[in-house]
Design a protein around this ligand. Structure first.
Ligand code: NAD
Length: 506
């Protein structure tokens, strides 16, 4: 049996164990590949536009029932989902590695993130608080009530094939909404597996309306049918800024709601006072982890001239020696790129870097699993100035390094890109740290100190500004996007005073 057979065989066994029906991933037209070996592992039937419409109708019917279930009871369903995910963690984590190419600890980490958001959402199901508001009228009470919103459509990217669904689903369900998920066409199997796991939780829960959680397999056209359906109250779309530019205006045109989680071009700043050992490790994980395929991957690094020669040569050494390999059969830290397109985009960006005078270390294809898989040595590019390919997100492990001397100037450069997702500063200087976190500092949704740009916890709101789309998911008060706010004024007096002293006596 060849190694290539092994990946398919393993995926088959996992899908069987997790209870995914064979008909859902065989005999269809959508081919799914493992980036680990490049081999085709499944052919999935895809949803038609009519299927999308039918799914939305089922979800709408489910909404009418589910919104009446008390929120803490809805939380019980998510508690059970958390239990099922704990039981399935090893299998689902490995399937993430098979389908998205992540190293094993990151595949497992992604499932842990699903478990964490379930715990968070269970607590939240008893805390969907509204305010009581002081009213200017005697004998009146004013308050706000949060109600379930409606059908939530989730469109997700390949690089977090399951966590993004769980962030949205755990919150949407406790908030009283059904979910329809259109996963990336590059990672459909982990979606089917997640749905099978959720179905087990729903069975244990008992009285769940049919259509509360559905998965539609397909590409952008299937996502588009969700986007254009006026009965989908909220479209939570994670992916490239290119996709968001299409999706955002379409949903806005029908006055629907969006959570847009789009591309990032995240930077770190290393100041003269930084702990360089710590910075080195954080940058290495932030820039090379997940083979540079996280939305929060560190893509730009500004290093102060006084520490440049201490840090950058060490960083280059780390790039030259980092282990690259099959994530299923080795302990390598860097796995494959998702496909040839990603490899080609990386090479194009490296060529552009060279043509503007950049010095490239790394970036060559690594021979790991034959011609169909795309492993690459991460690249460091020392740029003479912050320009060219550094201004755009290339979804591959390229770190652009630029020397700086002036702190105010580097803040300007830091913010001078379209995306605004994550950022970090390495410093032990209180003034620099606080300035970076202040109104004139980082313009990103996430700003870190002495840690890298990636690896967020679920407790905080996750998302970014500008071309990253402005959406927030996961922790803090992100739940509010999944509910509608109603302001209530109750008059318990015998009079009818009008606000602002208006008189209207009849
Ligand atoms: P992508 O934009 O190619 O695809 C994302 C999803 O959008 C897929 O499910 C795809 O089928 C769907 N889609 C594409 N066109 C569509 C359309 N017109 N209408 C509706 N749906 C459509 O992204 P990708 O290559 O899978 O993922 C990588 C990108 O995602 C990177 O830019 C990365 O930064 C971003 N990302 C962002 C976050 C975040 O939270 N900000 C998280 C993960 C990934």
């Amino acid at each position: 049996m060849t190694k290539q057979m092994t990946v398919t065989q393993e995926a088959t066994e996992i899908l069987d164990r997790l209870g995914v029906a064979k008909a859902a991933w065989t005999g269809g037209t959508l081919a799914s590949f493992s980036p680990v070996t490049g081999e085709q592992i499944a052919t999935l039937p895809v949803a038609s536009v009519a299927d999308v419409g039918a799914a939305v109708e089922r979800a709408q019917a489910a909404f009418k029932e589910w919104r009446l279930v008390p929120a803490p009871r809805r939380g019980e369903l998510i508690r059970l989902l958390g239990e099922e995910l704990r039981a399935a963690k090893a299998d689902l984590g490995r399937l993430v590695s098979i389908e998205a190419g992540k190293i094993i600890s990151e595949g497992l980490g992604e499932v842990q993130e699903m478990i964490d958001i379930c715990d968070f959402a269970v607590g939240l199901s008893r805390q969907l608080y509204g305010l009581t508001i002081a009213t200017e009228r005697p004998g009146h009470r004013m308050m706000e009530t949060w109600h379930p919103l409606g059908v939530v459509g989730v469109i997700s990217a390949f690089n977090f094939p399951v966590a993004v669904w769980s962030w949205n689903t755990a919150l949407a369900i406790v908030c009283g909404n059904p979910v329809i998920w259109k996963p990336s066409e590059k990672t459909p199997l982990t979606a089917l597996a997640s749905q099978a796991i959720f179905e087990r939780a729903m069975k244990r829960f008992g009285d769940v309306p049919a259509g509360l959680s559905q998965v539609l397999i397909g590409a952008g056209d299937v996502g588009n049918a969700l986007v254009e359906n006026p009965k989908v109250a909220l479209v939570s779309a994670t992916g490239s800024t290119r996709m968001g530019r299409i999706v955002g205006p379409k949903v806005a045109a029908r006055f629907g709601r969006t959570i847009l989680e789009l591309g990032g071009n995240n930077a770190g700043i290393v100041t003269p006072s930084a702990d360089l050992d710590m910075a080195l490790r954080a940058i290495a994980f932030g820039a090379m982890g997940t083979a540079g395929q996280r939305c929060t991957t560190m893509r730009r690094l500004f290093v102060h001239a006084s520490v440049y020669d201490q840090l950058v040569p060490r960083l280059k050494k780390a790039y030259e020696s980092v282990s690259i390999g099959n994530p299923l059969t080795s302990n390598a830290l860097v796995g494959p790129l998702v496909d040839k397109l990603a490899f080609d985009a990386m090479q194009t960006a490296l060529e552009a870097s060279k043509s503007m005078g950049g010095t490239v270390t790394g970036g060559a294809r690594a021979s790991v699993e034959g011609d169909a898989a795309y492993y690459v040595r991460p690249a460091i590019v020392e740029l003479p100035r912050h320009d060219g390919p550094a201004l755009e997100e290339t979804f591959a492990p390229i770190l652009y390094v630029v020397k700086y001397t002036d702190f105010d100037e580097v803040l300007e450069l830091h913010n001078a890109v379209g995306a605004g997702l994550s950022s970090s500063i390495f410093t032990t200087d209180l003034r620099e740290m606080e300035t970076f976190l202040s109104a004139r500092g980082s313009d990103c949704g996430i700003a870190n100190v002495n840690i890298g740009t990636s690896g967020a916890e679920i407790g905080g709101a996750f998302g970014g500004e500008k071309e990253t789309g402005g959406g927030r998911e996961s922790g803090s008060d992100a739940w509010r996007a999944y509910m509608r706010r109603q302001t209530n004024t109750v008059n318990y007096s015998n009079a009818l005073p009008l606000a602002q002293g208006v008189v209207f006596d009849i």
